[in-house]
Design a protein around this ligand. Structure first.
Ligand code: PFF
Length: 463
């Protein structure tokens, strides 16, 4: 390893930073909604099985490629095979597309945190508050810029003194806040106007107990697709982050063990987010309230739930948005680091300059994303049938098209072009036991590419 290359201080530093990257907006608003929509327990079970096989294989491959090559996403794949240039370029472009809209949403979270902190919980729950905010020209841009500036200031400090330190500080708070809100959510009880009493524990049952009554082959396929897509998003794979983080990992780190810990952590937080959100929404809004997704769930439904809780709701809401802010910042930091590492490695520029350069690009694209809800508003129907604005198009192109392509490329490169033994040699280079070796090889060579291809053709509206 070159002495000038940044590195994590040890195994714990790597695991915390990678877990902090994985735990983000995806866990908090996407996972609970998918779980509620896709039959509760059935989705959870499918997700768990896929996390331990499909997610594990892709995550392990990327971290191992990073450590083996000691290169950034823009250069790592080509040092394994010269023809892998398209994968390198895509793996670098994906985070450049994602960061601006992630920061735009980070700005929305910041706005809500400030609103709750300054005693405006009631206003935040009013009809039209969210639409009013995003259709304003300047304030979403200002919030996005503040969120981006926080992200940049962490990455400028480097891998160990910036990212690792920040993650070690933020993650305990995040866990504590999630646990407090979970306990609160489970102990809720509410009687609505018709006299129906709904409790948090009933909501928990809806989340966990599989609903087989409406199970069909088609619905099982949809659940499988949703779970695979969510794993991609949630584990921060196929976008260069885990390659960059792997390249900062120490040689003596037990790689399979570290990957296992990241998986457990990310999945546990997603499940806890479900326990935190679904019972609370169910208690105050009934089953219909659980149908809102994405921005609707976090910025419209939840503030209403908090306002229904009475005076304590303003406090719980404040804790909730503080927690989401921690989760979103530690993830955006990792997205920026993936880009910066590529700029530093490929063009030989200093970290500070690379951060500034990407900061300018991100600010420009992020401004367009924010203006997509007002001055530049348009509606576009995507190939998968969803209708969206600029943010949705960027999310679609990166997550639904480019990320599966990068992962298919990774599987072919590691599983077929070079021998999987090469990567297994890296994974077990300190004599570590690699219990899921057979799962890893079979997944990498046969099953994962087929699954990824299915995600891709579904995204294109062909399935
Ligand atoms: N894994 C993080 C999350 O779940 O929010 C960060 C992230 C990675 C977000 C990749 C989006 C994405 F496409």
């Amino acid at each position: 390893m070159s002495s000038s290359r940044n590195s994590f201080t040890g195994t714990l530093g790597f695991v915390i930073a990678a877990a902090a990257s994985a735990v983000g907006l995806g866990n908090i608003w996407r996972f609970p909604f998918l779980a509620a929509r896709d039959g509760g327990g059935i989705f959870l079970l499918t997700y768990l099985i896929l996390a331990l096989t499909f997610g594990f294989t892709l995550l392990t491959s990327e971290v191992a490629i990073g450590r083996m090559t000691r290169k950034s996403p823009l250069t790592a794949y080509t040092s394994i095979n010269k023809n892998a240039r398209p994968i390198c370029i895509m793996a670098c472009v994906i985070p450049i597309i994602i960061l601006p809209y992630y920061c735009a949403i980070g700005g929305w979270v910041l706005k809500y945190f400030i609103s709750f902190l300054s005693g405006q919980a009631e206003r935040a729950a009013e009809e039209g508050y969210f639409t009013g905010f995003i259709s304003d020209v300047s304030s979403p841009i200002i919030m996005m810029a503040i969120f981006l500036a926080i992200t940049m200031s962490v990455v400028i400090l480097g891998v160990d003194k910036g990212i690792e330190k920040f993650s070690k500080l933020a993650m305990p708070f995040l866990i504590l806040l999630i646990l407090i809100i979970c306990i609160f959510s489970l102990t809720l009880s509410h009687t609505d106007e018709s006299g129906t009493v709904r409790t948090g524990m009933e909501g928990l049952r809806i989340l966990f107990i599989p609903d087989f009554s409406s199970l069909t082959f088609q619905s099982l396929m949809n659940t499988l697709m949703d779970a695979m897509g969510q794993l991609f998003y949630s584990l921060s794979i196929a976008m260069g982050i885990m390659i960059a983080y792997g390249s900062y990992m120490r040689d003596d780190t037990n790689l399979p063990k570290a990957i296992g810990q990241i998986e457990i952590f990310d999945t546990a937080i997603a499940f806890l987010a479900g326990i935190m959100i679904i019972p609370a929404v169910y208690v105050f809004m009934g089953k219909e309230g659980m149908e809102a997704s994405g921005p609707g769930l976090m910025f419209v439904t939840l503030p209403r739930v908090f306002s229904q809780m009475g005076r304590i709701g303003a406090f719980i809401g404040c804790l909730f948005f503080a927690m989401v802010l921690f989760a979103a910042t530690t993830s955006s930091v990792s997205i920026l680091e993936a880009i910066v590492s590529s700029f530093v490695d490929r063009f030989g520029i200093e970290r500070k300059k690379a951060v500034m350069l990407e900061g300018v690009i991100c600010f420009a694209l992020g401004t367009l994303v924010c203006l997509g809800y007002n001055l530049l508003y348009f509606e576009y129907t995507l190939p998968n049938g969803a209708v969206g604005q600029l943010l949705d198009i960027m999310d679609y192109v990166s997550n639904n098209l480019m990320m599966p392509l990068v992962s298919i490329g990774t599987c072919i490169l590691v599983g077929w072009v070079t021998n999987p033994d090469k990567i297994i040699g890296e994974i077990t280079k300190n004599g570590e036991s690699f219990n899921r070796k057979t799962v890893f090889v079979v997944m990498l060579r046969y099953i994962a590419p087929v699954m990824l291809f299915a995600i891709l053709i579904k995204a294109l509206g062909l399935l």
